[in-house]
Design a protein around this ligand. Structure first.
Ligand code: SF4
Length: 248
């Protein structure tokens, strides 16, 4: 007997779906036109970002697609980068942490620094995610994220279109989408997605800091599960006005 896929479990057509898709397409097209050559999708390679990449590629929008290759991603996530390239014939920009900084950090704190304290976990995220994101966004005037209001209480007020602390436009075209919408879109458009989603990983980050969730657990319960409180890595902290901020 085969187990149910994420599509089997989550994909569902609900009232308003078509208008939410149309709205996302409209927002993306408008932003691409307003920021010629200076807009990027900061993709976490999660389900939401796969929807966005599909919309961008299908509508041939002039929006670059980039991801943070933290050096700690699952093999399943890395494979998806190749799947996207083959499917859409687009280049995915990869931003990695500074090698010397990683060596120094591990030398000083060990491989499991993120488990030792919240401060060290945040320092690891700053080095592997936030700093590379700064390079991804340098020279860009707008970025696209897969944030949705439903993802967590901290994201309940996500706007479609806002301005970050650096003055860039931060676009979240799926802000009002449900998890059922995301999976319905992936299903009907046959979009490639991370195989981990079929193993109960709704939110996927670095391998040491992501686990599967059990039935009834929150969407982000599998991220930094040993910590209490807000589960963010610094990319979107402060809601609309993150200093630099990806759909991680
Ligand atoms: S998610 Fe974990 S491994 Fe990845 S950057 Fe943050 S602390 Fe480091």
């Amino acid at each position: 007997m085969t187990s149910a896929s994420a599509i089997d479990l989550h994909a569902r057509a609900t009232p308003g779906y078509t208008s939410r898709v149309d709205n996302a397409r409209r927002l993306l097209a408008r932003a691409a036109a307003a920021h010629p050559g200076t807009i990027v999708q900061a993709s976490s390679l999660g389900a939401e970002d796969q929807v966005l990449t599909d919309l961008i590629a299908k509508d041939r929008l002039a929006i670059a697609v980039a991801t943070l290759d933290t050096g700690m991603l699952h093999g399943e996530t890395l494979v998806l980068i190749d799947d996207i390239r083959e499917r859409y014939d687009i280049r995915i920009e990869r931003y990695r942490p500074v090698h010397e900084a990683v060596i120094a950090f591990i030398g000083r704190h060990g491989e499991d620094a993120m488990r030792q304290s919240v401060a060290l976990r945040k320092a690891c995220c700053a080095m592997r995610k936030v700093e590379p994101l700064g390079r991804m966004l340098a020279g860009r005037t707008a970025w696209v994220t897969g944030l949705r209001r439903e993802q967590s209480s901290e994201r309940a007020d996500v706007d479609f279109d806002t301005t970050d602390d650096a003055g860039r436009t931060k676009l979240s075209p799926l802000a009002d989408w449900s998890w059922a919408d995301v999976w319905h879109y992936l299903d009907v458009n046959d979009v490639p997605y991370n195989a981990l989603h079929d193993r109960f990983f709704p939110s996927i980050g670095c391998a040491p800091c992501t686990r599967a969730v059990a039935a009834g657990e929150d969407f982000r319960a599998g991220r930094w599960w040993w910590e209490q409180g807000v589960k963010e890595c610094g990319l979107h902290v402060g809601g609309a006005a993150s200093a630099i901020g990806a759909s991680a």
